[in-house]
Design a protein around this ligand. Structure first.
Ligand code: BDP
Length: 605
């Protein structure tokens, strides 16, 4: 069990959560001398930057954008006197990729992994009714022993540089919200829910962990605020009559209120919006509330102008509006768990999420997208350091599932993106990861991973772990693009026939397919990179999807253009977006809208 609570920060009758977002002091530490120079007590300089945000795109110096190493942040936190007696926490939505936190000069937390929250318990350190100095050292170096994978090299001039084994810019810093929290010493720590539908009623089995022994009370309120069910005890069942189900693009949310009681006194209170729904895989179907669902939507990124990977509430809103407009019903959080606010919005809007752990770059290549179809093998899971990587990966799986398990929007876990699967060494590694996810998820949601082009039916040794087989395929782009598209189609169909012949009796979905397209380019007849070619490519791919009954979903790569490392394969970023980075449609958006709006929800069900 994690040694801190993952519950989202909330103010309730017993809790306080105050945002620490805003302008923080900021300093690069090129020489790695911060500690020696006493920065834990206060950092040098007077530079300020916004939190949350990636630090890279504010500045005009390339040395800052490409900076690799430690950066330091500092702010003051005023802790109200009336909070004395409670536990005081500072909660980071994420710090990419690792952090050490100091309060009043004392180290209070360390965390490894850049896309999941952690808490620093500062109860014993803080001064009440006074300002407290909060300093955070964040490091953004990539390694092969943590996820996402990559390496850090040193250039001839002594500067360090990140070399990602993945295709997105290594944005970093304090990219998500920071909260100062006061929580009762006896508090709700975690809870699990599972659902069963019985005719028009529903049963919600719950289990609640607290840090004390006082009795627990649970109430469920409907959308009008009326009590729909209640129960006593840390474990039990809520019986909901005439339950309103959480449906695709038609969400219904109940409010779950958990209280720890000392006679009539509320010791702690936590609440969360939940949705009643079941998810399962049966044969080749993905079932939501027992009915087949055909997924349509995107692989996305948290990526936008200026703030980079920083959580941006306005961009989130725009993205959901565009997804609704185009008729999408789902997305994958490629290639890392996203900000918690995005899941809250998906809960409300009825979008289905395939939640992905940051296990990307598990194939040693600086251009894996180009090398993915060459048959190249890098013996990635046979390194001396593989056990260390596995440990970090398991921890991220645990943090992600603990954080996200109670969101109705989360229908599946994606446990790796495009790993190497063609060597036997991958098999025991996969087994540990997939078993862990099954053990941790009370709802036993389907598990998947995205298969790279090299992972073909005859070569892949790991597809059997997936409850839903997810393919990333680029026939017509990296393989036989342009006028060779008829060959691409032939090869694509040949591979699909290979999967069909295996008769796995599992649903297949496409988690990636796409073609780089410049929003500025039109060409008649088409050439690759023109909007006309993106349309042609999609017509071909859709024909293939429609020919195989076991294909139960399509999530195009990518929702929007996004930033990557510079290089000859990328024109200031990856341009496979259906929308530009500024969130305006390319031509292909209208083609997709037409298709997705016309496919029934239970297409091929
Ligand atoms: C796959 C990756 C993805 C890339 C994409 C592409 O999963 O991150 O951005 O292909 O090449 O290799 O566009």
């Amino acid at each position: 069990m994690l040694d801190y609570s993952m519950l989202y920060p909330k103010t309730t009758s017993s809790r306080r959560a105050v945002s620490m977002n805003g302008m923080w002091k900021f300093q690069l530490d090129e020489k790695g001398e911060g500690e020696r120079n006493g920065w834990p007590e206060g950092i040098a300089g007077d530079q300020m930057i916004p939190v949350p945000a990636s630090f890279q795109d504010f500045f005009t110096k390339k040395d800052i954008r490409e900076y690799t190493g430690d950066v330091w942040y500092e702010t003051d936190a005023f802790v109200p006197g009336e909070w004395e007696g409670k536990a005081i926490w500072i909660r980071f939505g994420a710090a990419t990729h690792r952090a050490a936190v100091y309060v009043n000069g004392v180290k209070v937390a360390e965390h490894e992994g850049g896309f999941l929250p952690f808490v620093a318990d500062v109860t014993e350190i803080v001064r009440y009714n006074a300002k407290n100095k909060v300093v955070v050292k964040v490091n953004n170096e990539l390694t092969e022993t943590n996820i996402p994978c990559g390496r850090t090299m040193t250039l001839a001039d002594g500067k360090k540089m990140n070399k990602p084994y993945f295709d997105f810019f290594n944005y970093s810093g304090l990219q998500r919200s920071v909260h100062l929290m006061a929580v009762p010493k006896e508090a709700v720590y975690d809870f699990d829910l599972t659902y069963e539908l019985c005719g028009s009623d529903a049963k919600i089995a719950y289990s609640i962990q607290t840090t004390g022994d006082h009795p627990v009370k649970v109430s469920l309120y409907d959308a009008d605020g009326n009590e729909a069910a209640h129960s006593e005890g840390a474990e039990g069942t809520l019986f909901v009559q005439n339950a309103h189900l959480w449906q695709v693009r038609n969400a219904y949310l109940y409010r779950l209120v958990i209280q720890i009681m000392d006679d009539a006194q509320v010791v702690d209170e936590y609440e969360q919006e939940i949705g009643i729904r079941t998810v399962e895989v049966k044969g080749t179907d993905i079932l939501l509330n027992g009915s087949p669902v055909y997924l349509r939507g995107f692989g996305k990124h948290e990526d936008s102008d200026i703030v980079g990977r920083g959580f941006n509430i306005g961009v989130m809103k725009r993205d959901f509006e565009l997804m609704k407009w185009i008729g999408a019903n789902s997305f994958r959080t490629s290639h890392y768990p996203y900000s918690e606010e995005i899941y809250q919005m998906a809960d409300r809007e009825g979008f289905l999420i395939i939640d992905e752990v940051p296990a990307v770059g598990m194939f040693e290549s600086l251009m894996n997208f180009a090398e993915a179809s060459t048959g190249k093998s890098t013996a990635f899971f046979e390194k001396e350091t593989t056990p260390v990587l596995l440990k970090a990966h398991l921890k991220a799986v645990e943090e992600m599932i603990t954080r996200d398990k109670n969101h109705p929007c989360v229908i599946a876990w994606s446990l790796l993106n495009e790993p190497e699967t063609t060597n036997d060494a991958a098999v025991p590694y996969f087994k540990e990861i997939f078993d862990k996810a099954r053990e941790l998820d009370p709802q036993k949601r389907p598990r998947t991973f995205a298969l790279i082009m090299n992972s073909t039916p005859d070569k892949c040794r790991c597809y059997q772990f997936s409850d839903i087989v997810a393919l990333n395929r680029y026939y017509g782009w990296y393989v036989c693009g342009g006028y060779e598209i008829s060959n691409a189609e032939m090869m694509f169909r040949k591979e699909m026939d290979g999967w069909k012949a295996l008769d796995l009796n599992k649903p297949f979905i496409f988690t990636e397919y796409g073609a780089d397209t410049l929003g500025s380019e039109h060409k008649l007849p088409s050439v690759m990179w023109s909007q006309e070619y993106q349309d042609e490519y999609l017509e071909m791919v859709h024909g293939v999807f429609d020919s195989y009954d076991f294909v139960k979903g399509e999530q195009i790569w990518n929702f929007a253009d996004f930033q990557t490392t510079e290089g000859i394969m990328r024109v200031n970023g990856n341009k496979k977006g259906v929308f530009t980075r500024q969130r305006q449609p390319k031509d292909v958006a209208y083609l997709l809208k037409k298709r997705w709006e016309s496919l029934p929800l239970d297409y091929k069900g």
